[in-house]
Write a new protein. Sequence first.
Length: 188
Amino acid sequence: MLNQKERRIRERRKLDRRQARKTSAVGDGIKDQRKSNRRQQIRRKDRDPKAGGVAAKEIKIVVRFLNGRTVKGHSLDFSSNKDGFHLIPRDGSGLSEEVRFNQVKAVFFVRDFMGNREYDEHKEFDGTHPAIGKKMRVAFLDGEILTGIAEIYMPNRKGFMLFPADPGSNTEKVFVVNAAVREVTFIN
């Protein structure tokens, strides 16, 4: 009798293992298909504004490179925690280019690409808006100077966010790459 019970238990275990393998293989196939479909949707959206591409959850940025080049465009994956991001240039090509932070001076997050050339941006703090963070003046290696507020400034990191001193500025914030900075001066 024990032999028959042992055989039944072994057969059940074999059957359970086979079913688990089949389920796993089918499940992995479904997961792979879902990932593939999602990648295709993202690629389509990146290229086609009608499919929700550049118009959906994009951020408008102006990238200033260390070599002096400036590119306006959109990004869907900007993160200061990574080594770079993808930039979809505004020129309409729809092709994204990979941008590495070691090539960049600063990334300007803008309200619109046109801006207002007649607007005279204030470089000093007027005191009407409360400043949460450190007021500072940033001098770049190429001589450009920005004034703003940084919530966190650590010179040993890739960079930091600087919010312009003028709340009416077309620039919402700037990611300043520390390697491109000559001097940081704190303002009281």
